[in-house]
Design a protein around this ligand. Structure first.
Ligand SMILES: Cc1cc2nc3c(=O)[nH]c(=O)nc-3n(C[C@H](O)[C@H](O)[C@H](O)COP(=O)(O)OP(=O)(O)OC[C@H]3O[C@@H](n4cnc5c(N)ncnc54)[C@H](O)[C@@H]3O)c2cc1C
Length: 549
């Protein structure tokens, strides 16, 4: 290969995995090039809630008298006996080697973050924001933004909450600064398109191919390449290997449009022989892989991310969405205008400290102590209309002007996205159904069906019972014009399966052998069913240290 540039270590992605990896490799004396597909850094991590579940006996846990240890973290995250209320198991399919490495590195990762400028709220670790982080003790720490601007607002927070408000900007801006200080060479708008290996199926990984504003460049890696590309749930064909239902209409990925999870890391690694790992963790019905829309009338309706007009990416997000605090104010219908579930029904859940009452590690009684709740809202939303298609199609929240007043919704831009077809309004139900035309609405909504659905629902309000889906005492009729239809299709969130790695975050091939010079961590790595930042930062550090050694 003739390289356009070269470094000891090349890192792909500037998120929760890539930045720690790049800094660690650089601080070990290596030259480091970090490539980032977007014009800005931080990945989904900078849009995140900044809740970081690191335990194992951190100084914060000790300060507040919480007894934890690496062994307890390991035991928690491999406990076969923990199940969700819908019966889905959280931890039993985790790879023991990968979880052991995580458990053993929790404390050092926490200390490393402090040493690299991250400030956590000065309070006892809790369980707030945690998803699949173990049941024994509280471990959740909260990165605070101080004066950094937030990705979704483009502004700093009110000074009164600068040291208490948990947000990903508080984690990632200090790391961006630390990378700059350390001398990591960062190339924005450089999208990795391929990984080079001496031979397609053997030998060392030697570098990567990137695309930069229409130009292809080759970057050589003298020691190693680290994949920190953030997962695959944004790639329709890739995610359908896990769940065939997840067709194109699931276009409202959490964290988008700041960055995507397009499986480019997984695909490039697989092209040089990498295996995938822990695939049940992607399909299992727990946590946030698929979530219920919390904001309606916009493409990106993740409940905890509210894109504001001053955000750098608002031109792509196009609307803030209407936050639904009470689903009594709307019904949800499928493409045919039919209801399918109790709208107040929950999404999938996850385990955390206190998630299982009377928790006894490894005891079959844990499952018996969880009140069974089939919790099928998302499956009902994705059931489709019986026309042979795999995807469930769009889900629309239907409400009237009185509901908008009760929820204090302003049904116009910038709150809703009318131009791209994620929000419609009309003076009659018939007219509203006829207006619902957009690229994912495969069939027209029959006006008479929507009329009938609303008439039946209004009768349930009169009767005080939802005879079809058991919505707890339906409260409000849909009767006062104008009427609205707002996009409320399930939102995809995290990736929990990916490239096979070992404890050193080296990538493993289909024969079970290490691919020399290739490392991976975070949401692009498989074998570890835990949402979020802690595993990504921890694996980033492991990968960076080993790659640079
Ligand atoms: C709204 C939201 C809230 C969240 N809140 C929390 C929370 O409170 N606590 C928690 O633990 N977790 C949270 N998470 C999850 C957490 O943010 C992610 O798990 C974590 O950021 C994943 O880290 P990563 O390094 O794998 O990917 P990312 O942080 O997404 O970084 C991946 C980076 O790689 C870049 N990239 C991708 N492909 C390429 C390519 N081909 N070439 C170059 N660059 C590429 C991307 O643009 C991106 O910048 C949240 C996520 C979201 C979206």
């Amino acid at each position: 290969m003739k390289w356009h540039s070269e470094a000891d270590v090349v890192v792909i992605g500037s998120g929760a995995t890539g930045l720690p990896a790049a800094i660690a490799a650089r601080e070990a004396g290596n030259s480091v090039i970090l490539v980032e597909a977007q014009p800005h850094m931080g990945g989904h991590a900078i849009t995140s809630g900044g809740n970081v579940p690191l335990g194992g006996g951190t100084s914060a846990q000790k300060k507040y008298g919480i007894a934890d240890s690496p062994d307890l973290v390991f035991q928690d995250l491999t406990d076969w006996s923990v199940v969700q209320p819908n019966g889905a198991p959280d931890y039993r399919y985790n790879d023991r080697e990968i979880v052991r490495a995580f458990a053993d590195n929790n404390v050092s990762t926490y200390d490393w973050l402090l040493a690299h400028g991250v400030t956590f709220a000065d309070k006892a670790p809790d369980e707030r924001g945690g998803i699949s982080v173990g049941n024994s003790v509280p471990r959740e720490m909260h990165a605070v933004p101080l004066d950094w601007p937030l990705a979704h607002t483009g502004k700093p927070v009110d000074p009164a909450v600068r040291a208490t408000y948990s947000i990903g900007a508080g984690l990632m801006y200090p790391l961006i600064e630390a990378a700059r200080r350390a001398g990591v060479e960062t190339l924005l708008e450089h999208k990795m398109t391929a990984i080079h290996r001496e031979d397609p199926a053997s030998g060392r990984v030697t570098g990567i191919e990137v695309e930069h504003r229409g130009t292809r460049l080759s970057i050589g890696a003298r020691k190693a390449v680290i994949v920190g590309t953030g997962g695959s749930i944004g790639n329709v064909n890739f995610r359908r290997m896990f769940d065939p239902r997840l067709t194109e209409e699931y276009c409202g990925l959490a964290g988008m449009p700041w960055s995507d999870q397009d499986a480019s890391g997984e695909i490039a690694a697989m092209a040089v022989g990498a295996a995938l790992w822990g695939l049940f963790n992607q399909t299992g019905e727990f946590g946030y892989a698929i979530t219920k829309a919390g904001r309606i009338g916009c493409q990106y309706g993740y409940q905890h991310l509210n894109w504001q007009p001053d955000s750098k990416v608002f031109d792509k997000a196009r609307a803030t969405g209407l936050f639904v605090s009470d689903w009594q104010n709307a019904i949800m219908v499928n493409m045919l205008g039919q209801r399918f579930y109790d709208e107040t029904g929950p999404a999938f859940t996850s385990n955390n400290y206190n998630g299982v009452k009377a928790y006894v590690p490894g005891s079959y009684l844990n499952a018996r102590n969880v009140a069974y709740n089939p919790n099928n809202f998302l499956n009902a939303a994705m059931a489709g209309i019986g026309d042979g298609h795999n995807g469930g199609g769009p889900i629309w929240a239907i409400f009237d002007s009185e509901a908008a007043a009760r929820q204090k919704w302003v049904p116009e831009p910038p709150f809703v996205d009318i131009d791209s077809g994620f929000f419609f309004s009309a003076n009659t139900i018939t007219e509203l159904a006829a207006k619902i035309r957009m690229k994912y609405q495969r069939v027209p909504m029959p006006p008479e069906k929507l009329e009938a659905t609303i008439a039946r629902y209004n009768a349930f309000v009169d009767a005080g019972t939802d005879a079809d889906f058991g919505k707890p005492k339906p409260l409000y009729k849909i009767a006062t014009a104008p009427f609205y239809a707002a996009w409320a299709t399930p939102v995809l969130h995290d990736t929990r399966a990916g490239v096979r790695i070992n404890a050193q975050c080296e990538v493993i091939d289909m024969q079970g052998d290490v691919i020399p010079g290739l490392y991976c961590g975070g949401e692009s790595a498989g074998g570890f069913s835990q949402h979020g930042l802690a595993r990504c930062v921890c694996q980033g550090l492991i990968a960076g240290r080993n790659a640079g050694a």
